[in-house]
Write a protein that binds this ligand. Structure first.
Ligand SMILES: *Cc1c(COP(=O)(O)O)cnc(C)c1O
Length: 397
């Protein structure tokens, strides 16, 4: 007999983070078990038949059910305030799953023009082959979203704050527009996590995650998830069951333990980022800082109305161009030169020559990505050490 955590009385986030979803086996393990098995055995032919038909609940085959994965799904659902969650192999797999579960040939997506790069590629180059088309519109202008709606529009897809300029999309306003036209809204909540932003409470229909970022938070494994009401996630589950972009049990176990410390990490990293952003803003070599937690951010009030804090991503423009930006990057001994984010270790990226290097200089300029722009994903190191590391290069320019 197994024993399941009962989250019936509404526990607080801290409690859910370490307890929700846990199912203890007959061995009474305190920490969640890792079930490395691809299939499950039945007591009889009759039980096998019932499990396959769905008449009896239980595990069948790990492409679509595994107890460790289920524990991760239930814990993340609890944190997002979602009825259900379906785990996926990666964040991109989760986005693809939302689209293929809810759209068909001829359908249309309206999406933010400042989405994660691979999401743009997915919509433009892969999904387009199935006859699903996408119109990209201004991240910050709800009227542009409304104007892009066609009779065949089925999905609004957004991500906020944007990368790397930390622009805020108004989740409540976009949801109201979408719902007036019977359109679903999916929000990629990777940058904020449910600790800082809960899109479902603001009306969004589905939340997608790259669990690779803050949910793991320690740069170890890839994972993804889709959260929402069961009537929508059931379609996602059917897609997973057949198409198989499955989260491995091992990765689920790593991510499940990641969720336990996510609140502490995200709050500490965000507090570190807020202080670093303030310091950068006052720095004589810095022209401009992009951080939703600074009153100088053009959407500071909107950010405050939908995020608990500014998050841990800070971008800034130097007084200078590519050469000066590279000088700062190359003089970092502590900050990791990598495009990854969400890690406890602080990372620094020069978007114009990495994440946004393949788009034309004109398109880059239109998107506001200048050659002097740097993005920092703030980790858990001491603020003073991060400042000293950045200052080494800043002094030289
Ligand atoms: C990383 C990322 C993704 C993709 O996630 P993977 O786990 O790398 O597939 C999607 N959206 C955002 C905002 C991301 O940062």
């Amino acid at each position: 007999m197994s024993e399941k955590f009962d989250d019936a009385p509404a526990y607080r986030l801290e409690t859910l983070a370490v307890r929700a979803g846990q199912e203890r086996s007959q061995f009474g393990e305190h920490s969640e078990a890792l079930y490395l098995t691809s299939s499950f055995v039945f007591k009889s032919a009759a039980q096998a038949a019932k499990r396959f038909s769905g008449e009896e609940e239980g595990n069948v085959y790990a492409r679509f059910s595994n107890p460790t994965v289920t524990m991760f799904e239930e814990r993340l659902a609890a944190l997002e305030g979602a009825e259900d969650c379906v785990a996926m192999a990666s964040g991109m797999a989760a986005i693809m799953a939302v689209c293929l579960a809810h759209l068909k040939q001829g359908d249309h997506i309206v999406a933010s023009n400042s989405l994660f790069g691979a999401t743009v590629q997915l919509f433009n180059n892969i999904l387009s082959r199935t006859g699903i088309t996408t119109t990209f519109v201004s991240h910050t202008d709800p009227a542009a979203w409304e104007a892009a709606i066609r009779p065949e529009t089925k999905l609004f897809f957004l991500e906020t704050p944007s990368n790397p300029l930390t622009e805020i999309a108004d989740i409540r306003a976009l949801t109201a527009i979408a719902h007036a036209h019977g359109i679903l809204v999916a929000v990629d909540n990777c940058f904020c996590t449910p600790i800082l932003q809960r899109p479902l409470e603001m009306g969004a229909d589905l939340v997608v995650h790259s669990a690779t970022k803050y949910i793991d938070g320690q740069g170890r494994v890839l994972g993804g998830a889709v959260c929402g009401p069961k009537k929508l996630t059931d379609e996602v589950f059917k897609y997973l069951r057949t198409a198989g972009p499955t989260l491995s049990a091992f990765n689920a176990w790593v991510l499940l333990k990641g969720l336990e410390t996510m609140k502490l990490r995200v709050e500490a990293q965000s507090a570190n980022a807020a202080k670093l952003a303030g310091w950068l803003e006052a720095h004589p070599k810095v022209a401009r800082v992009f951080y939703p937690g600074l009153p100088s951010h053009p959407q500071y009030e909107l950010a405050k109305s939908q995020q608990k804090s500014g998050g841990a991503i800070v971008s800034f423009e130097l007084k200078g161009g590519r050469e000066q930006a590279w000088t700062v990057v190359d003089n970092c001994h502590l900050l990791s030169i990598t495009a990854n984010l969400g890690d406890t270790k602080t990372t620094i990226t020069h978007p114009a020559t990495t994440t946004h290097g393949r788009i034309t200089p004109e398109a880059r300029a239109a998107a506001g990505i200048s050659d002097g722009l740097l993005r920092i994903a703030v980790g858990l190191e001491a603020l003073e050490d991060l400042q000293a590391d950045l200052n080494r290069g800043l002094q030289l320019i």
